[in-house]
Design a protein around this ligand. Sequence first.
Ligand code: ADP
Length: 491
Amino acid sequence: MADRLRDKPIKQKLLIVMAVVTATALLVAGVTIFFWDTLLFERRLQNDMTALAQITADDTTAAISFEDPQAAAEALMALKHRQHLLSACIYRADGSLLASFIREGSSARCIPADAKPQNSPLSGNLTLSRPVILNGKVIGTLTMLYERAEIFERMRLYGTIICIVLIGSSGFSFLISSRLRNLIAQPIEELARASSAVSSTRDYSVRAKKVSADELGMLVDTFNQMLSDIQSRDTELRSTLAELQGLNESLARSNADLERFAFVASHDLQEPLRMMSVFSQLLAREYRAKLDNQAGDYIAHIVGGARRMRELLSDLLEYTYLSSNPNFPAGSIDLNVMLEQVKENLAAAISASQAVVTSDPLPKIAAYEAHFVPLFQNLISNAIKYRSEARPHVHIRLRETVDDFQFEFTDNGIGIPPEYQKRIFLPFQRLHGKEIPGTGIGLAICLRIIERYGGKIWVESQTGRGSAFIFTLPKDAAVEGQSEDGRAGQP
Ligand code: ADP
């Protein structure tokens, strides 16, 4: 019952609860009155009949003592007005019948003089037996049989009245409660209406109407207060968001301008730099005889600086090229074949260090070779460059989940202290000086490539224990066969 009520509207619940409570109270009261009245009536009837039997017995004393059946019968006939009396009989002292009254049309008989009276309440007919006494001596017995129909009729009548009152008052209470339930249901309905309006429209200016000043009224006030708090916070949030969007756009614009500038500058600076380098080399060669050793040293510094600057500019160019020139075609790459090419590119470094580069079987992917060659090349060349005393060993491990590939480049090199492991992915961040050549841009390029495909890159390492550079590649961005139209990772 409670379960079935649970999902009903509050108005219906209130109505049902009130009707059930009223009907139960009335029923309990009605049933109590009914049984109490019946018991009282039974007791009164028994007392009544006992008194009647006693009076009749006293009336028949003379008839018994004078052995006058006629007078005895007349005394009994006076009882015929008691509608529910079935029989009344007078016995002599020896137990023989002197006179009797049997109601016409009934099948009742005389109750024997020695029969035990059966007067348990509400069961069968009422039997009575009174001795007829003269001068302290029992001279006969009067027995009576009284039908309880009177009680049962009264019970029926009372039962019917109680049912009618129950139905009538339930209907009446239903009418009253259907008017009163609004006192409780309306404020709750107001709250429900306001909260569903807020959740469907996200309009926090909606307010619930207060219809009473009781606890429900307080609840409506608290709810409205909460809404106005949320509304002011929402307004603040929106304006902060708009500000942030503006900032973001201007940041993106200045970033793009900066990258364009870096691209143009690194591209255009290459030529004057090449001139400086060529002419300082010419100076060193053609004027060797005229210059002293110190001048030779200076020129060597100029040549070295120009070479280093050229490397820096070409790395910067490559870094900016990734965002400024997106229109080269995506193709299908067999990473096993590509790895061989990368090893060939790094042949000098591999043979100089006697490095061993091994790999799990790699997948075919739909991506841009111009991205994946530098990615693999940077990671492998770093593993060789930052080697320890041991012979470098680089292994590429592949793991695959439902959503992505995970590549892990492990080496047995010098390792990276934990505090630098995030920084090394920023442009120009290096942990070493000139003793190990490099520009500090290789890992920034790797990060930029991986982010383009929606993946992540990070390093796990401990100083002196080698490093593992790990990156993920979402399959939906680079699964083989997907990308002739350029869907795989917009460059
Ligand atoms: P570069 O190698 O030109 O300095 P990178 O961006 O490739 O620039 O690397 C940044 C820094 O991260 C390096 O200077 C080096 O200190 C560190 N690093 C990169 N790869 C490794 C590696 N496999 N083992 C140890 N250190 C590394």
